[in-house]
Design a protein around this ligand. Structure first.
Ligand code: ZN
Ligand code: ZN
Length: 149
């Protein structure tokens, strides 16, 4: 039933889009890992990525971050042994990063934090009646066009 609601869908899209670059999260991080939200987000991405791993530039493209920002984050994650890097045997310039076992609980916590944030926005939608939701949906549609332009 929730899936049929276009305001829920719009809210989800908007929050996902803002989250990708700005880590729009409600409540506190409970991982105690002393990482930035971006560093945790990279762990979450690696947890759901192909087991082969991802390169620096693949992570940067997916999260819409600069390669330099990803390099910095991966350095910290490697130092804390939360990710493992491996040089491609066929192409020595290609280095892939994979989630290390120690990073798994942090990736799971970060994913749960995103889900919790999203469900808070989704339940907010339920406070408005259908005719109000139509207007808010129109507003969000325009807002996203403005953000993307
Ligand atoms: Zn966290
Ligand atoms: Zn995140």
């Amino acid at each position: 039933m929730l899936g049929d609601n276009s305001l829920v869908e719009k809210t989800t899209n908007l929050v996902n889009q803002l989250s990708a670059q700005h880590e729009l999260l409600l409540g506190h991080c409970t991982s105690k890992a002393q990482l930035t939200a971006t560093q945790e987000h990279i762990l979450m991405l690696l947890a759901s990525a192909h087991p082969e791993g991802l390169t620096n530039s693949e992570i940067a493209a997916t999260l819409d971050l600069t390669a330099a920002a990803v390099t910095k984050a991966l350095k910290k994650l490697s130092t804390n042994t939360l990710v493992q890097s491996k040089r491609d045997t066929d192409d020595s310039r290609r280095v892939v990063f994979r989630l290390a076992q120690a990073g798994e609980p942090i990736a799971a916590e970060h994913s749960a934090h995103h889900k919790k944030t999203l469900s808070a926005f989704v339940s907010l939608v339920q406070e408005f009646d259908p005719s109000e939701q139509v207007i808010i949906t129109r507003y969000l549609t325009r807002l996203m066009e403005v953000i993307q332009s």
